[in-house]
Design a protein around this ligand. Structure first.
Ligand code: GNR
Ligand code: NI
Length: 170
């Protein structure tokens, strides 16, 4: 197991579009295990491979209270999106300490492959639904701040660049 480095916005690599996984082999399973370790160590609810600079369609999500029930979503597709939308506060491990409201489908149904390479489906609402949509955006190269006004986004960009520079100096 290994903890991976998480890219920070505005790193241009966060805008890479991920490719579908061709085969769920030992290499992908190792990536999944490392992503779960990285997500748990960072106290995140989810992590997309894009955030660790791997551009394949792999997501891990753990919204369980005990943080002991990680879901693995390989090549995820939304097979249903509710017309009803809802707003909730989002954050991102690639944009630390920034939280803002984003509008998402209230409910979604997801089809994906698990860590064993088997197809499964689940329905999500609430926080899990938000996380699924947030992580699937990452695989398309999209970060949640792109839903905010350009004024807010520019302020966040400046703040992140400064924060990263200060951390490197310290
Ligand atoms: O840890 C995370 N929390 C979170 C809170 C509200 C909506 C989405 C998220 S996902 C985020 C982890 C992350 O950056 N995943 O890409
Ligand atoms: Ni994120």
């Amino acid at each position: 197991m290994a903890k991976l480095h998480i890219l920070r916005y505005p790193d241009p690599r966060l805008h890479t579009v991920a490719k579908p996984v061709k085969e769920v082999d030992a290499h992908i399973q190792q990536l999944v295990d490392d992503m779960i370790e990285t997500m748990h160590a960072a106290d995140g609810l989810g992590l997309a491979a894009t955030q660790v600079d791997v551009h394949e369609r792999v997501i891990v999500i753990d919204t369980s209270d005990m943080r002991d029930d990680p879901r693995v979503l390989i090549n995820p597709e939304l097979v249903f999106k509710s017309e009803e939308m809802s707003f909730s506060d989002e954050g991102c491990l690639s944009v630390p300490q920034i939280f803002d409201k984003v509008k998402r489908h209230a409910r979604v149904k997801v089809r994906a492959l698990n860590r064993a390479g088997e197809t499964y489906e689940f329905e999500a609402e609430g926080l899990l639904s938000v996380c699924v949509q947030h992580e699937m955006d990452h695989l398309l190269g999209k970060v949640f701040v792109e839903y905010l006004s350009s004024l807010k986004r520019d302020r966040i960009k400046t703040k992140m660049i400064k924060k990263t520079r200060d951390e490197l100096r310290a």
